[in-house]
Design a protein around this ligand. Structure first.
Ligand SMILES: Cc1cc2nc3c(=O)[nH]c(=O)nc-3n(C[C@H](O)[C@H](O)[C@H](O)COP(=O)(O)O)c2cc1C
Length: 357
């Protein structure tokens, strides 16, 4: 199986499965001398972990992690950093009823067809448990970005049909609630709708917005490695993601060029734009404005509501899935979006050092 590696200079390889001994990541290319704040890593792992609230899966993982290499006296040495997170609360028996079943819209059918061998307990490498490893690596990338004054923040903008109103006045840096929507009244409606979907044995999707602030001008390239293409790949590599848009995105198609163009101006001698429909990227290269993008997530595919499907012998069967599943993956995906964004920006900051004399 290939495709477990991401990034060029600041790069990661993740390993492990949902119901194996554990999962982990090896980070290559982290600059030496970075203070590795283990509390920051734990904080992001806790924001992603299962069992964190009444609207997430009931699987409990405390996400204790060990750093096996690449640090000395709390600092990165420049050598590969290996982080391991043990699995503790697998309850593999919960998956017995799914052993021979192809869950609609899950990875079961494609994974089985491709590899001919599949660990049905949690989905092996297609399990979102893998994303804990990315979050640990992303937390280290964020620490590097902090040294460069760059800040990344994501939040839940939409759950099902409930969206933060355009005129809402909220502070996206306030302490997070369980649904990770910074507009409190919208958050309450979102929580109720997820609880309702859960009671019905159903699930919901939604949209996460991510903002990267104080990113320097010049990251990204004009051809295949456009910054938005790199971010799109990073975001669409997250389980259950189904859409990516940067800046005005699909809504921009309804505007006239005269409305959409971001007029240039200067602030304290720096070139900035009056609007930010470009989402901080022009010609594939960051322009110094906030980089703003949205990621769409589908409703969780494993639901207890009865559905028609096939077993592995291609016989039609009814499926009412049991076990512990997220009624909506979106709140837990917020730190994953931030982690993947941090990995892309960290990599491009290092690539940028090789751009010109
Ligand atoms: C944080 C997170 C938690 C998830 N939890 C579940 C879950 O409990 N049950 C489930 O069926 N899918 C869950 N998923 C989604 C599946 O991993 C994903 O839908 C599946 O691997 C099929 O891949 P695809 O949806 O990207 O095509 C989760 C995804 C994320 C990001």
């Amino acid at each position: 199986m290939s495709g477990n590696v991401f990034g060029k200079i600041f790069s990661i390889v993740t390993f492990g499965e949902s119901h194996g001994k554990g999962i982990g990541v090896v980070i290559d290319g982290c600059p030496a001398g970075l203070n590795i704040d283990t509390k920051a890593i734990q904080k992001d792992l806790d924001r992603r972990k299962p069992g964190q609230s009444k609207i997430s899966t009931e699987r409990k993982e405390d996400e204790d992690f060990s750093i096996l290499s690449g640090t000395y006296e709390g600092q990165s040495t420049g050598a590969p950093i290996c982080i391991f997170i043990a699995n503790k609360d697998q309850r593999s028996k919960d998956y017995d009823h799914l052993k021979d079943v192809l869950r609609p819209s899950h990875a079961d059918y494609t994974y089985m067809e491709k590899y001919g061998i599949r660990d049905h307990r949690g989905g092996g490498r297609s399990s979102a448990r893998e994303t804990a490893a990315r979050v640990a690596a992303g937390a280290i990338a964020k620490l590097f970005l902090q040294t460069q004054g760059i800040d990344i923040k994501a939040f839940v903008q939409q759950i099902g049909t409930i969206t933060i109103p355009k005129d809402a006045n909220y502070d996206m840096n306030q302490d997070e609630n369980i649904v990770r929507c910074p507009d409190e009244s919208t958050a309450q409606k979102m929580i109720e709708s997820i609880e309702h979907a859960k009671q019905e044995g159903d699930s919901l999707g939604g949209v996460i917005q991510c903002q990267i602030n104080d990113c320097p001008t010049g990251l990204g390239n004009p051809v295949f490695d456009r910054l938005e293409a790199e971010l799109a790949k990073a975001m669409l590599s997250i389980n259950a993601s189904k859409g990516f848009e940067v800046g005005s995105g699909f809504e921009g198609t309804t505007m006239m060029g005269s409305e959409h163009n971001d007029e240039f101006k200067t602030i304290d001698g720096k070139v900035r734009t009056k609007t930010n429909h470009s989402g901080g990227v022009q010609g594939g290269i960051s322009n110094g404005m906030p980089i703003v993008f949205n990621v769409a997530f589908k409703p969780t595919s494993t639901i207890s509501k009865k559905q028609r499907t096939l077993d592995k012998n291609k016989e039609a069967i009814d499926l009412s899935a049991t076990g512990r599943h997220d009624p909506c993956v979106v709140p837990r995906a917020v730190p994953i979006v931030e982690a993947m964004a941090a990995l892309v920006i960290a990599d491009h900051l290092l690539l940028q050092r090789a751009t010109k004399v």
